[in-house]
Design a protein around this ligand. Structure first.
Ligand SMILES: Nc1nc2c(c(=O)[nH]1)N[C@H]1C(S)=C(S)[C@@H](COP(=O)(O)OP(=O)(O)OC[C@H]3O[C@@H](n4cnc5c(=O)[nH]c(N)nc54)[C@H](O)[C@@H]3O)O[C@H]1N2
Ligand SMILES: Nc1nc2c(c(=O)[nH]1)N[C@H]1C(S)=C(S)[C@@H](COP(=O)(O)OP(=O)(O)OC[C@H]3O[C@@H](n4cnc5c(=O)[nH]c(N)nc54)[C@H](O)[C@@H]3O)O[C@H]1N2
Ligand code: SF4
Ligand SMILES: [Mo]
Length: 741
């Protein structure tokens, strides 16, 4: 039986998979350090989506009103290159945009940076990571002087107090949560605190659940700091040797006394005190956070306020402690390393830094001054650029923005007037392919060899085990071919992905994310490795890697910086016209816009339709029962879904899963309602909160169903095999299984 070592293409836990192509299935890779054989239901079933509704050939149409026609790769690339040239001549490089994804491999990312930022001179490369963890990047960079989560998964086994804020780890990082729960259960003194407006499966097993009002995280965190200072439970030595800005911070948190703070957060003051007591009494505190923190117009300050608590108590750089941002997508981390945001360059470098630009230009064999000194358009600025007629080419790769960007009606109008949109995806149709002029078929997981980095900085080689179907090609190969056709032959003469990786890691030498000792060969032979992994002075193998254990940070003075921002609250707080806060997030069994999970029967059956969670008290006021159709409206649009009356959400807050775009339900996309206002530092939009009103619908408008769409998505669904017995058994025994239906 042949098997191939691979990596789960879903979440940032980064579970190693062993693929058994002969049997058409996968199992957890016991040799992988990050999951040790565990997988969740998404990883276990991923194989099943490989051959469903794939985009197989390049297709083109002049206008969005026309049908697509199949064309050759040669014609597709000729048209693309012609458009690039036209835009360069008429609008300049600033008219060229690529919108990518944390689901690309590092090699894809790197070649795209070289093409856009290097050869074409356009820094307009951004990704869906802008919607995901850019606030964490900004927070680490501002507080520590560099990006990079300082912790590792072994910390989950060693902590005395896990402080989970704005993260539904049980559903979204299930294998990590199981690991944490094992430790929690085995050591009754270990505390698990969950801060979330909803009582999620994560919160359900916590020692303390703080159901704060959406958007009051900074109040809570400053309130905890206030108490720790009042109790003098701070690490004075660490404060003196390793931090700056403490006096200003103390002044800020003096405005957050317990009673006022608890009132603003909507929690009992005793619960606030208890949370602070856990911080005070625990030797090792590990904070985990994700989208409840990052997706906010003050996401950077929220994340930095978590980091503040670690600086205040010296809880960093030691086992079981530290501020740990959980990355969502499988290669969000690799994207950061490769410079995959519009203000970054490879190797955690900044566009704005002239030395960084010069280093990269030299590495790429380009003339000095080629890389523009101005950061490019971030995701939403690309939409604005389309509105203003300043974007002549939008090239969308491995993301489905017609579901995932905020204010979808506005996004549709903007894409509707795009002169030339390329969509490079593995599946067809998606909501976004409706807005494409040119479709390029991409090979996906298992069809291309490349690397990804998970939340704990472990780099894994994901090996191909089958060729791409039809005429699909690896993303990096498509970028390289375009580069060669534009005349950059030496820059894009890669014989294989291994050569791309070799060139990339050389550019990380001496940086925080130093991977200069890694290669595809080494990763294939020795398995996944965490960075830093230098070519000289090789890291100590077998030692969990933590950053900042010396108390020195990569800032000019070597000290970490306190964040001294006050809480501002939500951009769009509820008011009499729009009295509820809508929060949009995830369910265990689905992945984002369902391009894969929607095509896997077992997962479809787990969560067959979108439901709006509403608290019994609110449901009673509105006269809503479970199953009733409701219309949810914001200042930007309406959706229609069935209600699910449940205690799992707080009064005043309703929850909708993000997984149902126009292809999967008639009018249920949460982002029809959300607004695009974003954090000033990270430009991450406030996707977690907008004000809505809810109305019960009459029977006449119930259950809208469009037969063509229903057929489209169910046409080829077949009974599938269940995941392999060992995986299923392990999963059923896990805490997640017990809490998820
Ligand atoms: N099953 C599944 N797993 C996934 C994914 C998936 O699509 N499906 N996607 C992956 C990706 S890309 C990501 S980014 C991660 C996301 O992982 P998570 O961040 O864990 O998931 P979300 O459901 O987006 O949001 C987390 C929680 O934030 C809470 N929240 C909302 N507003 C606030 C607030 O103001 N304060 C606080 N403290 N909490 C708030 C919500 O109630 C929600 O429970 O998941 C990854 N894993
Ligand atoms: N309101 C609200 N909105 C949100 C969020 C939220 O919590 N609330 N979460 C945000 C976050 S954190 C994220 S990460 C985004 C996710 O949103 P998206 O990125 O839009 O969602 P996906 O469904 O993961 O889209 C990935 C696409 O890539 C394709 N694909 C898969 N593999 C490959 C490949 O190898 N190559 C190519 N070319 N294509 C491939 C898939 O078929 C799919 O179309 O949504 C964001 N939007
Ligand atoms: S926890 Fe994440 S990486 Fe692991 S199997 Fe599940 S989806 Fe894949
Ligand atoms: Mo994400």
């Amino acid at each position: 039986m042949t098997s191939t070592r691979s990596l789960c293409p879903y979440c940032g836990v980064g579970c190693g998979l062993e693929v058994l192509p002969d049997q058409g299935k996968v199992r957890g890779d016991r040799a992988h350090p990050s999951n040790q054989g565990m997988v969740c239901v998404k990883g276990a079933t991923v194989y099943e989506a490989l051959d469903r509704d794939r985009l197989l050939y390049p297709q083109f149409r002049e206008t969005l009103a026309q049908p697509f026609r199949r064309i050759s790769w040669d014609e597709a690339l000729t048209r693309l290159v012609e458009q690039v040239q036209t835009v360069r001549e008429t609008q300049g490089p600033a008219g060229l945009c690529m919108y990518g994804s944390g689901q690309l491999q590092t090699e894809d990312y790197y070649v795209a940076q070289k093409l856009l930022k290097g050869c074409l001179g356009s820094n307009n490369f951004d990704t869906n990571s802008r919607l995901c963890m850019s606030s964490a990047v900004a927070a680490y960079t501002q507080s520590f002087g560099s990006d990079g989560p300082p912790c590792c998964y072994a910390d989950l086994d060693e902590t005395d107090c896990a402080f989970l804020i704005g993260t539904n780890t049980a559903e979204c990082h299930p294998v990590l949560f199981n690991r944490l729960r094992r430790h929690h259960k085995a050591h009754p003194q270990v505390k698990l605190v969950v801060v979330d407006p909803r009582c999620t499966p994560t919160a359900a097993v916590a020692d303390l659940h703080l159901a704060i009002r959406p958007g009051t995280d900074i109040d809570l965190l400053h309130g905890i700091a206030h108490l720790l200072l009042a109790w003098e439970s701070v690490d004075r030595a660490f404060l003196a040797s390793s931090t700056t800005g403490f006096d200003a911070f103390r002044e800020v948190v003096s405005h957050y006394p317990p009673e006022t703070t608890a009132g603003r957060c909507g929690i009992p003051v005793d619960d606030l005190r208890r949370a602070a007591t856990y911080w005070r009494d625990s030797h090792r505190v590990l904070s985990l956070w994700s989208m409840g923190i990052n997706q906010s117009a003050e996401g950077t300050a929220k994340a930095r306020s978590i980091i503040n608590l670690h600086l205040l108590t010296g809880q960093i750089g030691k086992p079981g402690a530290g501020p740990f941002s959980l990355t969502g997508q499988p290669n969000a981390m690799g994207g950061r390393e490769a410079g995959g945001l519009s203000h970054l360059l490879p190797g955690y470098r900044q566009i704005a830094n002239p030395e960084h630009r010069a280093e990269v230009e030299q590495h790429w064999g380009l003339p000095a001054g080629r890389i523009s000194p101005h950061p490019g358009r971030h995701a939403w600025a690309m939409i604005e650029g389309l509105e203003q007629g300043e974007v002549g080419l939008l090239w969308i790769v491995a993301t489905n923005p017609l579901v995932s960007l905020p204010d979808l009606n506005r996004v549709q109008r903007a894409l509707g007037q795009s002169p030339f949109t390329v969509v490079q995806d593995a599946y067809f149709p998606t909501e976004t392919t409706d807005f494409a002029h040119l479709l390029l078929p991409a090979g996906q997981w298992g069809e291309k060899t490349g690397t990804m980095t998970n939340s704990e900085r472990v780099v894994t080689l994901s090996q191909a085990f089958r060729p791409p179907p039809g005429e699909a090609r690896a993303d990096w190969e498509i970028f390289a071919e375009v580069g060669r056709r534009l005349g950059y032959l030496p820059q894009f003469a890669y014989p294989a992905a291994a050569a791309v990786f070799a060139e990339f890691v050389a550019l990380t030498a001496g940086r925080t994310c130093d991977m200069s000792g890694l290669s595809h060969g080494l990763l294939a032979n020795q398995g996944p490795q965490p960075w830093p992994y230098r070519s000289i002075g090789k890291r100590l193998s077998g030692e969990p890697q933590r950053l900042y254990s010396t108390g020195r940070f990569p800032t000019p003075d070597g000290k970490a910086r306190f964040c001294t921002r006050h809480s501002r609250g939500l951009v769009e707080p509820p008011d009499p016209s729009y009295p509820f806060v809508l929060t949009v997030g995830r369910l265990y069994g689905h992945w984002h816009t369902q391009t894969r999970t929607g095509r896997i029967p077992k997962l479809q059956q787990m969560s067959p339709k979108p439901l709006l969670d509403i608290h019994p008290r609110d449901a009673q006021t509105l006269g809503i029962a479970t199953g009733d159709w409701v219309e949810v409206s914001s200042r930007r649009g309406q959706i229609r879904v069935q209600a699910h009356v449940t205690q799992s959400t707080s009064p005043g807050t309703v929850f909708l899963p993000m997984h149902w775009g126009a292809l999967w339900a008639e009018a249920a996309a949460g982002n029809t309602l959300t607004h695009p206002v974003s954090d000033p530092d990270s430009h991450q939009p406030e996707l977690k909160a907008c004000a809505v009103t809810i109305e019960v619908l009459s029977a006449a408008v119930q259950s809208p169903q469009c037969p063509s769409r229903a057929a489209l998505r169910t046409g080829d669904l077949q009974e599938s095999d269940l995941p392999s017995a060992s995986v299923t058994r392990r999963f059923q025994g896990s805490p997640v299984a017990k809490h998820l239906r």
